[in-house]
Design a binder for this molecule. Structure first.
Ligand code: NAD
Length: 489
């Protein structure tokens, strides 16, 4: 299998190794072997990245020169688009994406999102005229202005690394912030390559910085606690999200959190093409490593046995269609890491112990090599109080739960700590009723896409706070200032 270039740090406009020149292995999930190496940032490197981002924010016109900044970010987006082939290769080798998932979702989804941001930016109102009003005797012309929030710490996960990196970095830069990006230890090059492309695009030194690190927490904790950082935009697990909120409290950091999910896929009695909707519920795309993936299938009790038969067929038909590195149609590869493989397999054992029926999969597949392979897995006869129904597994595991009627489906969908996404299939009215009643940030109704670069995305409940993408995603990186100007009566 191919190899990848070294992932270097990008600090103050330069690509360089870490201060102590240490590297760590960048592991290819398909083989379990290194496909490259990544600079292992020291605390001094992180310190320097923060300091450069602060200086660029405080001492240059980056936050205030909107036209010039827009032109430069546009060039950056163009450079990202020109690097598409390289980005697909990184998604495959570093994030373990199958080709069918790498090009379409991992890379094109991210690049289209970047272009969407450039359009959404044009709707941003930097200054609103709120009119004249006499307040406490003062005749006042009022304005509400938006300003860049400051230095942003962007902390990202490994599952769709380009998508999440772009979701934060392009929005923050467009808003006039300066950024330190800290990618996940498992996907360093997808962050680092953005540094190279920033140089190619002529981005001014210091406005964007990238620190790669083998340590899961060191760089992120420095960003979260440093008073020079104004805002943390974090995507990752709910557990780490809670920690970040706590750690950011002392400096009253603006904290935006895009966290985990356990979304419902509801197929109502009156869904058109019921059989196809059930079979399409398989959790296989990118091995189920998607935060908004609807991994709880809710099926009417009256058609439950039929649904189980359909799923058995669908999983049987898929059994030989995954884990193929060179197959253009393949959409499921390995999990990201040995650790994640162990975690997902533990959940399979938990499901069995809880009394759910294993309809398909569940086995580790060492026969496929040293990569991190586990079979597409489906549990039926689940109840919503089981751990496999309540907790985020983040692997190719579907749990199937029967419901009595529409009201029961809504109750089950909402009976969860998370509220990120969801999909509903049914007649136009019943599907909309259910979608409106589900407490989650992004809903798909009858196959529509509720998640695209020009729509806000984010979680209810413990799936997070704040919104990424769309106009709202850019506004998240701004502060709001009210100005009252005394004028003659
Ligand atoms: P994670 O929470 O383990 O790590 C995410 C990032 O946080 C990594 O860069 C990690 O190095 C860093 N980190 C770890 N400890 C930290 C600390 N104490 N302080 C600061 N940073 C720290 O998550 P993961 O395993 O990389 O990713 C999977 C999780 O991400 C899943 O829960 C998934 O649902 C979630 N996710 C959410 C979204 C969304 O938009 N809601 C998108 C993708 C992934």
């Amino acid at each position: 299998m191919d190899t990848l270039q070294d992932a270097l740090l990008y600090i103050n406009g330069e690509m360089r190794p870490s201060a102590n020149t240490q590297f760590y292995d960048n592991i290819n999930p398909w083989t379990g072997a290194p496909c490259g190496k990544a600079a292992d940032a020291t605390a001094d490197d992180v310190e320097q990245a923060i300091s450069c981002a602060r200086t660029a924010f405080d001492n240059t016109d980056w936050p205030t020169n909107h036209e010039q900044r827009y032109a430069q970010v546009t060039k950056f987006v163009e450079a990202l688009c020109e690097a598409r082939a390289e980005l697909v290769k990184i998604a495959r080798l570093e994030a373990g994406s199958a080709i069918g998932a790498a090009a379409m979702a991992q890379v094109d989804g991210a690049l289209n999102g970047a272009k969407d941001y450039l359009e959404c930016y044009k709707q941003l109102e930097w200054k609103q005229d709120r009119g004249i009003k006499v307040t406490m005797g003062a005749n006042t012309q009022r304005y509400v202005v938006r300003e860049a929030a400051g230095v942003v710490g962007a902390i990202t996960p490994w599952n769709v690394p380009l998508y999440v990196n772009i979701g934060k970095v392009i929005a923050a830069l467009l808003a006039g912030c300066t950024v330190v990006l800290k990618p996940a230890p498992d996907t360093p090059l997808m962050g680092s390559i953005m540094g190279e492309l920033a140089i190619k695009a002529g981005l001014p030194a210091g406005v964007f910085n990238v620190v790669t690190s083998s340590h899961p927490a060191m760089a992120g904790e420095m960003l979260t606690t440093d008073p020079r950082v104004d805002l943390i935009s974090f995507t990752g697990s709910t557990a780490v999200g809670k920690l970040i909120m706590k750690n950011g409290a002392d400096t009253l950091k603006r904290v935006f959190l895009e966290l985990g999910g356990k979304s419902a896929y509801v197929v109502l009695e009156d869904a058109e093409d019921f059989d196809m909707k059930i079979m399409s519920a398989m959790v296989v795309f990118h091995a189920g490593q998607g935060c908004a993936y609807p991994t709880r299938l809710l099926v009417p009790k009256s058609r439950y046995d039929h649904a189980c038969t359909l799923l058995e067929m669908a999983y049987g038909g898929f059994a030989e269609m995954w884990g193929k590195f060179d197959d253009e149609s393949c959409i499921m590869g390995p999990l990201i890491s040995k650790k994640q493989l162990g975690r997902v397999h533990d959940y399979v054992e938990i499901g069995k112990a809880e009394g759910a029926r294993l309809l398909a999969g569940g086995n580790l597949r060492p026969d496929m090599g040293d990569g991190f392979f586990i079979e597409p897995t489906c549990f039926v006869d689940c109840t919503n109080d089981m751990r496999i129904a309540r907790e985020e597994i983040f692997g190719p595991v579907l749990v199937v739960i029967p419901f009595e009627d529409e009201e029961d489906a809504i109750r089950i969908a909402n009976d969860n700590d998370y509220g990120l996404g969801g999909a509903v299939y049914g007649g136009p009215e019943s599907a909309m009723r259910v979608a409106n009643a589900i407490r989650a940030g992004a809903l798909s109704v009858n196959g529509g896409m509720g998640i695209t670069g020009d729509l806000p995305f984010g979680g209810y409940k413990q799936s997070g706070m704040g919104r990424e993408w769309g106009l709202e995603g850019i506004e998240e990186f701004t502060e709001i200032k009210a100005i009252g100007v005394g004028v003659p009566a």
